[in-house]
Design a protein around this ligand. Structure first.
Ligand code: ZN
Length: 275
């Protein structure tokens, strides 16, 4: 559980995360991150006109790292509550699915076998696999909104944002009987307008991540070795970590058992946010 500087991580993650996340053949790919998102505010990560996998860009965000996650470093247990500060908890999150190509089902099998609950941030593309959305819910996982078309919300008008958020909220409410409490903006991109809409109109919390897994780079770079995903998750692991992965990725599904075993071996407990 080596702790990396969240501010470095999150700046780096924001630039590339999610962009090429859709791999599986059967579902449409989300639109890649626009080259020049409109005026992100101080809270939003700086857009990178040419997202590249590697090295941490110079951190431009000088505010406390936790501002990246509006809720704190992922988990209230590890940040909001001083008594719980540093508690070895971790939350696994999976974006962009469900995938009908098999990786989501495989991930659900592993989570069931290991008795781990996670958050799934689902897209409109993924929600077409309604049987998998229902399975995620029935097996005790927390469902949240990741937009209809995987759009960069920071480039949209309020009306356009509603068109991205409403349909996925409706699917989740239909399946769970409850409006989702959380949303994650694609690419981690948001601005004051996104924050205000999500908070004031939808009464949801924006949840990003601070352990990036780099499983999307596996797609970009042609990595085939799930071990690279395992190693990256473990390298970024820290108390209160929110781990970003993609259930649309075959190699993430393959990596998951080892990720869970190694995290447990480090003495961590898996948690999800309250619903
Ligand atoms: Zn995504």
């Amino acid at each position: 559980m080596k702790r990396l500087l969240p501010v470095m991580l999150t700046a780096a993650m924001a630039l590339t995360a999610c962009a090429p996340a859709k791999v599986s053949g059967s579902t449409p790919k989300p639109t890649p991150a626009p080259a020049t998102p409109a005026q992100p505010t101080a809270e939003a990560p700086k857009p990178d006109p040419t997202p590249t996998p590697a090295p941490a860009p110079a951190p431009v965000e000088t505010k406390p790292a936790i501002r990246w996650l509006p809720r704190g470093i992922g988990l209230p247990l590890a940040s909001d509550d001083p008594a719980a500060k540093g508690k070895k908890v971790v939350m696994l999150t999976f974006d962009d699915g469900p995938s009908g190509a098999g990786s989501t089902a495989k991930i659900l099998d592993v989570l069931k076998a290991e008795n781990v609950k996670v958050m799934f941030f689902i897209t409109g593309y993924g929600a077409k696999n309604i049987d998998l959305v229902e399975r995620e819910y029935k097996e005790g996982h927390l469902l949240a909104n990741h937009t209809l078309t995987h759009a960069d919300l920071s480039t949209l008008t309020v009306e356009e944002m509603r068109k991205e958020l409403d349909p996925v909220n409706a699917v989740i409410e239909k399946v769970t009987g409850q409006k989702p409490k959380y949303m994650r903006p694609p690419y981690g991109m948001y601005n004051k307008q996104v924050q205000a809409l999500v908070r004031d109109e939808y009464h949801q919390e924006l949840i990003n991540w601070d352990d990036g897994s780099l499983d999307w780079d596996g797609v970009k770079n042609g990595w085939k070795d799930p071990k690279l995903v395992v190693d990256e998750v473990m390298k970024q692991l820290h108390p209160g970590a929110v781990v970003l992965m993609h259930d649309t990725n075959k190699h993430t599904a393959e990596a998951l058992p080892e990720i869970i075993h190694q995290i447990r071996a480090e003495g961590y407990e898996f948690v999800v946010l309250p619903n």
